[in-house]
Write a protein of this length. Structure first.
Length: 723
């Protein structure tokens, strides 16, 4: 066999031998693990256990692909055959065409390895070894244990049931009362049963001064009003509400909330009924109550006003509305009902009703006609003199009843007020220096405790100095003038009063001021009343006793000064002023007010002497051309007063208080009228000129209205001067 043949045999597969790299086929198919090899197959552990491309031949030679001969020898020239690649290719083609693959020959040792090695040397020569790529890693999914899955499921179910059980324990065992209250709150509805606020009436024919009326609050639900009908709805409401249609339309189109907007409050019930009859979409009314004052501003300072609370109740804020709020308001009742999901009452359920406490009514001592006349006279005087204010008090001296307590400026109690200062009750809340009207107190003390009589005479120079303090009168006197105490009081001489008061100790002087009610509450029970200003003697300055003698250095209100002269007119007995005649119980029974407190201030003789002196005052004024204290057919006892006060804005004693207090008829006193005008700015500032006309107008009207018969108008004769 030549080298060519040997190369063919080594480089190609022989008959019955498998090609290099192929597993020999067996009759039984592929080998299975543990199955014995078939006949003619290579045994494991010998030739069959080695790779074909790395096995040696049967004769111990290396792989043919190494370039060496199978017998271990080399070519003479030491190189490889030049045509080894071509020969291998041609031999492979020739062998593949001539020989069919078959099983290996029996007994052929290492045939599979040789064939494989021949293929490697003949076909590839000395090229790199080709390896099969590794197969990708594929994870193996294993099915879990069914028992384990069942245990986990049962644990989850038990956990969920435990949560439910814990929540049930919380709801039914721990928080049951809270949820019960929440359920009751949702189911129960409280309906208020309002107690209508009581009325305030005057004493003349039980005329109503304040009352409660039912009104309606008109509101709209814009969501129920189609856009196309809104102009027509606004136009229909313009007339009844007294509002421009454009304003109503703006409220509807720009509501305060999507389904609610208030169009107007406090609409009369008749107007509300008229709107209901229009059957306008989205328009409804809500009933409410409001306070009405049929006479407008009449007695507003006495009545005060009310305000509406957030829950719709009327509550007094000033005046008698405030002082007697518990009586006038009553107490609202309530009714608790069970309602369904739509808010409708549930039939046959038990309702819990707290009945309301009806309100009571208040009857005053005020006469509306006298109050009206006094307010009108005050308003005229303020406009004429450009004064800051004016007050008028009409009182019955024997009973202490106040028949009128007027002021100007006043206010409308039904209108909204900016603050409580606008509702100030001037006759009891504002103080002023009484001036010469307080000289009667000094004279009374001197007559009873100073050893003086009405005929005690004193020299009256134009100016006098007492304890180093100078005093003078408002008008000059002729030289050598002497006045009796009656003349000093009738002519209102300050020079004479500082001499008279020296007969009275400061303690007695102070006590008489207090006995007449100065420095003490009036007893009217009004919320903003003042006691005035009366310093105790320990705080007096060196000249205080002298200035007090003619009404300076002390502050009073109009009711207090009216009470001073009512005490003199009532024969020295002071009756505490009152303004409430009685109340009407919820059952309609009238309960008169408690009798006012009475106290003896002066001896009857002293009061009689003072009444005689005071009747001389109108005559003195007439001689000076001031007839304001004269009323035809009636005797009048009166006193004027002018107080000079410090003006903090101007820094001078250039502010005045003008007063006039009179009693009629003097022979049988029935009425006391006290007038005070604060700070007149035009014309005269004297009491007779400023307050005198108001007194004359009001007293004349009161005497005629109350049909008090005249007494002839003859004052007693009292000597005023001394030789």
């Amino acid at each position: 066999m030549t080298n060519r043949d040997t190369g063919r045999d080594r480089g190609s597969d022989g008959p019955g031998r498998p090609r290099a790299g192929r597993r020999p086929a067996t009759a039984g198919g592929p080998r299975s693990p543990g199955r014995s090899p078939g006949p003619g197959a290579a045994r494991p552990g010998r030739d069959g256990g080695r790779r074909a491309d790395s096995a040696r031949g049967a004769d111990g030679g290396r792989r043919a692909g190494s370039g060496r001969r199978a017998d271990g020898g080399t070519r003479a020239d030491g190189g490889t055959r030049a045509d080894s690649g071509r020969r291998a290719d041609s031999a492979r083609r020739a062998d593949g065409a001539a020989r069919a693959p078959g099983p290996p020959r029996p007994g052929a040792r290492g045939s599979g390895a040789q064939g494989s090695g021949a293929r490697g040397s003949g076909a590839q020569g000395s090229g790199p070894r080709r390896r099969r790529p590794p197969e990708p890693f594929r994870p193996v999914l294993r099915r879990g244990s069914p028992g384990r899955r069942l245990n986990v499921t049962l644990l989850c179910i038990i956990f969920v049931l435990t949560l439910f059980a814990g929540r049930l324990v919380q709801l039914q065992g721990l928080d049951w009362s809270t949820y019960r209250n929440m359920a009751q709150h949702q189911r129960l509805r409280t309906i208020p049963i309002p107690a209508v606020r009581g009325t305030i009436m005057s004493s003349d024919g039980n005329k109503v001064l304040a009352m409660t009326v039912q009104t309606d609050l008109v509101f709209a639900d814009p969501s129920l009003i189609p856009a196309a009908r809104r102009p027509a709805v606004a136009a229909a409401l313009a007339g009844p509400l007294g509002m421009p249609a454009d304003q109503i339309r703006q409220l509807i189109e720009h509501p305060s909330s999507p389904r609610y907007v208030v169009l107007k409050k406090s609409v009369p019930a008749a107007t509300g009924a008229r709107i209901t009859r229009l059957s306008l979409p989205g328009i409804a009314e809500q009933s409410s109550y409001t306070r009405a004052y049929p006479n407008g501003e009449l007695a507003a300072n006495i009545l005060g006003f009310t305000r509406t609370t957030p829950i719709g109740d009327l509550r007094g804020a000033a005046g008698l509305e405030y002082s007697y709020n518990s009586l006038l308001a009553g107490k609202d009742g309530t009714e608790r009902i069970e309602t369904g999901s739509q808010g409708q009452p549930i039939p046959l359920t038990q309702d819990k009703v707290h009945p309301r406490v009806p309100s009571g009514n208040l009857r005053l001592t005020i006469r509306s006609d006298l109050q009206w006349a006094a307010e009108r006279a005050c308003a005229q005087r303020v406009r004429l003199t450009h004064a800051d204010s004016c007050s008028v008090v009409i009182m019955q001296p024997g009973t202490g009843k106040i028949l009128a307590m007027a002021q100007w400026p006043t206010f409308n109690p039904a209108a909204a007020l900016p603050n409580l200062a606008a509702a100030r009750d001037i006759p009891v809340a504002s103080v002023f220096e009484p001036g010469s009207t307080a000289k009667t107190i000094t004279v009374a003390a001197a007559l009873e405790h100073g050893g003086q009589t009405p005929m005690s005479a004193y020299p009256i120079p134009n100016q006098i100095r007492v304890d180093g303090y100078p005093f003078h009168d408002a008008e000059s006197h002729p030289a050598g003038l002497h006045y009796t105490i009656a003349g000093i009081l009738a002519n209102s001489s300050n020079v004479g009063m500082v001499q008279v008061v020296r007969h009275v100790s400061p303690r007695i002087q102070y006590r008489y001021f207090r006995k007449f009610g100065l420095g003490s509450p009036t007893g009217l029970g009004l919320p903003d009343q003042t006691s005035g200003l009366l310093p105790v003697p320990s705080k007096w300055f060196g000249d205080t006793r002298y200035t007090l003698s003619f009404g300076q250095g002390v502050a009073v209100n109009a009711v207090q000064m009216a009470s001073v002269y009512a005490t003199i007119a009532n024969k020295g007995i002071r009756v505490q002023p009152s303004i409430v005649a009685g109340t009407t119980s919820p059952a309609g029974r009238f309960v008169p007010a408690a009798s006012p407190r009475r106290s003896r201030v002066l001896k009857a003789k002293t009061a009689h002497e003072l009444m005689g002196i005071l009747q001389q005052v109108p005559m003195v004024n007439v001689s000076g051309g001031e007839p304001w204290g004269v009323i035809a057919g009636y005797s009048i006892a009166a006193k004027t007063g002018t107080a000079q006060m410090f003006d903090p804005k101007k820094g001078c004693l250039c502010e005045y208080g003008s007063s006039y207090v009179g009693i009629a008829p003097a022979s049988n006193p029935q009425l006391v009228v006290a007038v005070h005008v604060q700070n007149p700015k035009s014309g005269s500032h004297f009491g007779i000129d400023v307050a005198g006309p108001v007194f004359n107008q009001v007293m004349k009207f009161a005497l005629q209205t109350m049909r008090i018969p005249p007494d002839g108008g003859k004052p007693p004769k009292v000597r005023l001067t001394a030789p």
